[in-house]
Each structure stands twice: as C-alpha cells, then as structure tokens.
Design a protein around this ligand. Structure first.
Ligand code: BDP
Length: 666
C-alpha cells in the first residue's frame, strides 16, 4: 500500500515537472464530484479525476442534452449544493472542469456562466520530424520519442494533452508538413496509435501530415496521380488501416506543390483534384483533409499575390470534407502582415486560418513576444465567423518548460483561448495567464506590478515589429534560419523572393514594395473599401505603408516626421521598449517564481542586444540608400555595418549571434 502510494506520488511528481506553468493547480483538500446522467466515457473520467484532484468543494457534472451547448460547450453555475457544470457531452464537461480550476487559481469568480467555442476544430500543427528534430522548433527536440514508441510512452505526452485540453485545443497534427511518407508505414502507425491512446481521454484527435507521393515512396506505385484508380485505392486502404488502429483519427494535413513538395500538379491535376481524392478515402470514417494554400509558384512577379491566383479560381471545387488552410498573411508569418486576401475570396470553400505560434520570425525562443495581439489583429480584418477552424504551428518541444522560453507558454495558451473565442481580448488572456503562471504562491503582486507586466506582455510583439521590421517592412531576415537582420543578404542561385532586397526594394528614391495599382497591384486582391484605402499612400495604414508602397525617404508622415526619420524613430522605440521590459521584469522579481525570473531575465538581455543589433544593421544599411544621417536624437550605433555583415549567421536554433557580434566588435 505504501509502495503504491509512493508510486502514485512519483507519477504525479513527474507530471508536475513537465507541466506548463498554468497547469500547476493546487491539490484538493476535499472534493465530492457527482455526475448526473452518467455515460461511459474516458473523457468524462478525466473531468472527474481533475476535479477530484484539484478542486475544493462539491461539484456536480450535469450531463443533459442541450443543443445550444453543442459538443464542447458548458455552463458553470453556483447551486445550493456547490458548483454545477452543465454540458451536453463529456467534452463539454472536461472543458468546464478546466475552466473551473482555472477560475479558482486565477482568483476569478468560480461560476463563470456559459461558454461555447466558435470553432469545432482547434488544432495544433507540430512540425516535428521523425528523426526528433523540429522544423522551426526552438524548444529542444520533438516531444514525440518515435524511437521509443509504441513500447515506451513518456508521461510528458499526457501532460501535453492535459495542457492542450485545459485551453480547449482538441486536435493535433503530429508531424511536419514537409512530411516523410514513413509516417504512414505500418511501423509508424503503431506509434501514432500509442500517442492517440494517450490523447483520447483528453478529447484530442490525432491527425497526420502526409506526403502526396506516399504511394510511390512507400509501396513503389508507378504514380501518385490522384486520378489514377490504383492511387485512390491505395489511399483508401491506407485510411482503412489508420482507422482500424485509431478509430477517432482526425484527418490529413497536406502541403502539396509547395517548396518542392510533391502534389497533384506534378501530374497536371489541380489542388482540388488532389485534395478530393484524399477526402474520399477519409470520408467513410468521418475524417477531413486540411489542404494548405501556402504556395508561391511564379504566377505573378509579386509573391504576395501568388497563393490567391492559384487557389481563388478553385472556389467551389473542393469536397465538403476539405478545409483549405491559409496562413494569416499572404507571405509567411512575418512579424506583421496584412491578412491574406484569400480569406473571404472563396465563399463556397471552408477555410481555416494557420497562425504560427513558434517564433520563426519573432526572435525564436530568445525574444519575448506575446502573440495574441497579432492574432486578434487578423480578426479585425477577417470576421471570425467567415472561417471554420483555427490552427497554429506549435512552439512545443521537449525542453523543460516545453516551449523553450517559459514566457512562450503564453502563446500556446493564447492560441487555445482565441481558437475557442476569437473575440477574447489579448488583455483578458494575458491577465489570466500571468495570474496562473508567473506569480509565487506566497507573494501576490500588487496592482502596479501586475499592470506593468500586463503592459509588457501586450506591447511585446509591437516591440519586436519596431526593432525588426516597422512600418510594413518584411522578410529582411538572415537567410535560412530567419533569426537576425540581413537586409543586404545575397545568396547566389537563391530564388529572388527568398532574398530581403526583393521585399525592401531600397534605392535612392525610397523604400518599400509598390503593391499599389501602379505597382504589382496586390491591393487589387482585397475587397473594397479596403482596396482603395490600401492603394493610396495617404490612406494606407502606417503599419502597412512599406508593404504596399515604395515611399520616398522625405515623404511627410502624419507625425510630421519624414519617412526616414520615422523609420529611425521606430527602430529606436523598439529598443527602448525592450529596455523597459527589462526594468519591469526586475521590478517584478519579488513576486515572480524564482527559476522563471532568472531564466527570462537572461533572455531579455539577449533580446536587448539583438534589438540594438537589428536597429544598427537596418539603419546603417538603409542610410546608404536614404543618403541621410541617423537623426541626432537616436543613440549612435554600437556596431559597424562591416562587423555586422561579417557575422556568420549560420547559427543553431538555440544561440543568439549577439555574443559573437559583441566579440567581434570588441
Ligand atoms: C515557412 C518555413 C518553412 C516551412 C514553410 C511552410 O520557413 O520551414 O516549411 O513555411 O509553412 O515559414 O510550409
């Protein structure tokens, strides 16, 4: 008995170590959980267990049919006998249970009423490779230990599933969109099934990225032509095999004819023909195809126009169980992009948004960038009701805190929250995340500290925009890893639209990409009245100015500054903001969990150095074209352009080049 108790404690201790900060709920002092309308369900069992372990008091889970709550909705009310969680289905009860535990831990009223998610599918996309590396991952290696599966099932899988469920995430694509066909081999499907078994009690459906050429690569079929009956049969049999192992399998995510991946166009077929063939294999089992619109074949000289040109004409051609997955912006997860004009342009096609939670273009795991403001900005333009699902490229790996930078847990959390309620505000989400995650149990923050941390979070993404790419600049990153600045970058033989010059177009006349009607006319893909607003340099929102216009250096901005002066001021503002974050963090030290404080303090130092590096690189580089000096109210550069050009940016995922740069500069 004692031994059993010990093992139980050990088990939960292991879980606690891997848990994201927001999941560190108190242990219950005494709970009575009553279930009315009990159905046999592992998901319901999870809800009951979580409440029993972590809630103090009496809870009734009232399962009764209520159409308005749907599968996932719930209501939490105060009743004479304690708290009642009402739900139609076990999923709703589980989400209600987590909502209740979060309410208590955050110090919010327990009975928070009704809540029904906007989207039925709230899905993380892991870009994890089968060799344990993670494409654009900055949180260690893959969480999935493919080599150990299915025999060994790490306790961290359950901790992951639990964290996802606690913020309403209900599906996960396990592997990279640049997919190895091996994931569909019998050997790997067993491993997938083992992961699915862990995720099932948390209501998480497992999905896979598939390589369109799998029939050729795995089973030596002569072709992967989607109209070839043998190919369709292969996929049908493969789907049957998957569902035998994973009856609640979610579906396929497909990157086809994009960045060298195979696809239907290799056989003269369309995206729709390829997607529909897969969709028909999955349909009898209730599965879906998420077909990516991240394509940029040179149908037009402007990369920003290409996905629209390739996909918009296919509106209405996809089967009903296909969802077209579109990145939030038309290029590629930049610190700021206008929304992709494909949204709203395919009224007869279900669409889902793809956000990037991992910070490929926002300082990897080194920079603090709370991304909820970026995602709600998307919803300012695209009505949440006009899309059917929300997906995000995960920032999760096997690092101790799961996200590399512990503050980046807030982005995983926020993604879940906004997938549930896209009308939630970044401030509401940050408020809860901070209260759940950051403070020591024995030292509640006073309002001033909490407010300062709130402002830091809310301003952090804008700070990154300011010191990297203000005013609509984009893609002036170093080649390949996308970490530091390299506006001068030139790689012989590289596609023009992989190089910064293609995007910034600096010359003696000005800066920015002319996408107005007299330029590439990318504005023409947006609906009126936005199109006209973007078309004119006078009415284009300042944050998108250099995205849509080639602006003269001396152009007078609404602030009264010239474009050049404002550019310089923006870079400096970004640097100043990071300096401010460092001060706020130090001020908060007495109330912040000590290990967290020290970790983030170190990262903010790196971020500060990187911010200066970005400012110096971009201002010194662009001043060669503007022919104007950096205004005197801006601190003088601390690096020289030559030093920065000489830095070898072939960095690994985890190091910032800043120290290398500093050594060089000394
Ligand atoms: C880009 C990444 C690349 C991905 C690609 C994609 O740089 O690693 O494979 O997107 O989304 O952002 O397919």
């Amino acid at each position: 008995m004692t031994r059993l108790l010990f093992l139980v404690i050990l088990f939960f201790a292991t879980l606690a170590e891997a848990a994201p900060l927001w999941m560190d709920f108190d242990s219950s002092g005494g709970t009575r959980v009553t279930v009315k309308g009990r159905v046999k369900s592992p998901i319901l069992d999870t809800a009951v267990r979580e409440l029993a372990l972590h809630y103090d008091g009496d809870v009734t889970i009232d399962l009764k049919s209520d159409k308005s709550l749907g599968r996932d909705g719930f209501a939490i009310s105060e009743t004479p006998g304690g708290i009642t969680i009402t739900a139609s289905k076990p999923q709703g009860a589980l989400y209600g249970a987590y909502r209740l535990l979060r309410n208590v831990k955050a110090g919010y009223p327990a009975a928070s009423g009704r809540s029904v998610p906007a989207y039925g599918l709230r899905i993380l996309n892991h870009w994890d490779n089968l060799d344990g590396t993670v494409e654009r991952g900055y949180a260690g290696k893959s969480l999935w230990k493919w080599e150990e599966l299915p025999a060994t099932v790490s306790p961290r899988y359950e901790e992951y599933a639990r964290a996802c469920a606690s913020v309403g995430i209900n599906a996960a694509v396990l592997n990279n969109v640049n997919a190895s066909s091996r994931i569909l081999s019998a050997e790997y499907l067993e491993k997938v099934a083992a992961l699915a078994d862990v995720m099932r009690p948390y209501g998480i459906a497992v999905c896979l990225s598939v390589n369109f050429a799998s029939p050729v690569q795995l089973d030596s079929l002569p072709t992967a032509d989607p109209l070839d009956p043998a190919v369709a049969r292969w996929w049908k049999r493969k789907a049957d095999e998957i569902y035998r192992l994973v009856p609640d399998f979610g579906g396929f995510l497909v990157k086809a004819n994009s960045e060298g991946q195979p696809g239907p166009m290799d056989y003269g077929r369309t995206h729709a023909e390829g997607a529909n063939m897969l969709a028909r294999a999955l349909k009898p089992h209730g599965g879906i195809v998420m077909w990516r619109a991240f394509v940029y074949s040179p149908l037009d000289e402007d990369r920003a126009k290409q996905a629209y040109l390739e996909f918009q004409p296919l509106d209405g051609a996809f089967d009903p169980n296909v969802i077209v997955q579109i990145k939030n912006g038309p290029i590629d997860f930049q610190p700021r992009e206008p929304y992709s004009p494909l949204f709203g342009a395919m009224p007869s096609t279900p669409q889902m948004v793809e956000f990037q939670i991992t910070q490929e273009y926002l300082g990897h795991a080194n920079h603090l960038a709370y991304l909820a403001p970026m995602w709600t900005e998307f919803y300012d333009y695209v009505a949440p009701e006009s899309i059917v699902a929300s997906s995000g490229v995960a920032n999760i790996g096997d690092s101790e805190c799961l996200t590399g930078n512990p503050m980046a847990q807030a982005n995983w959390f926020a993604f879940g929250e906004l997938s549930w309620d896209p009308h939630a505000t970044p401030a509401e989400i940050a408020d809860e995340w901070l209260r759940l995650s950051v403070y020591r149990r024995d030292a509640a923050p006073d309002a001033a500290v909490h407010d300062a941390l709130m402002s830091m979070m809310l301003d952090s993404r804008e700070a990154v925009v300011d010191y990297m790419m203000p005013m609509g600049l984009h893609h002036i990153f170093a080649f390949g890893h996308h970490y530091g600045p390299e506006p001068w970058c030139d790689v012989p033989g590289a596609r023009a639209d992989w190089l910064p010059r293609y995007y910034h177009r600096a010359d003696s006349a000005g800066l920015g990409f002319d996408r107005s009607p007299s330029g590439s006319d990318a504005v023409g893909q947006y609906p009126e009245p936005l199109r006209s607003r973007l078309s004119s340099i006078e009415t284009c929102p300042e944050e998108f100015l250099l995205w849509f216009h080639h602006v003269p250096w001396d152009y007078t901005m609404p602030s009264g500054m010239t474009m050049w002066e404002q550019l310089c001021a923006s870079y400096q503002r970004g640097v100043d903001k990071v300096a401010g974050f460092q001060r706020v963090w130090d001020m908060a030290e007495p109330v912040v969990i000590p290990g967290l404080y020290a970790d983030v303090r170190g990262r903010l130092m790196t971020q500060m150095r990187d911010a200066e590096w970005w400012r110096d690189a971009c201002l010194l580089y662009f001043s060669q074209y503007s022919g104007r000096p950096i205004p005197l109210d801006i601190p003088r550069p601390v690096h020289t352009l030559d030093d920065m050009r000489a830095v070898n940016l072939g960095i690994t995922n985890f190091e910032s080049p800043a120290p290398q740069l500093l050594n060089k500069a000394r």
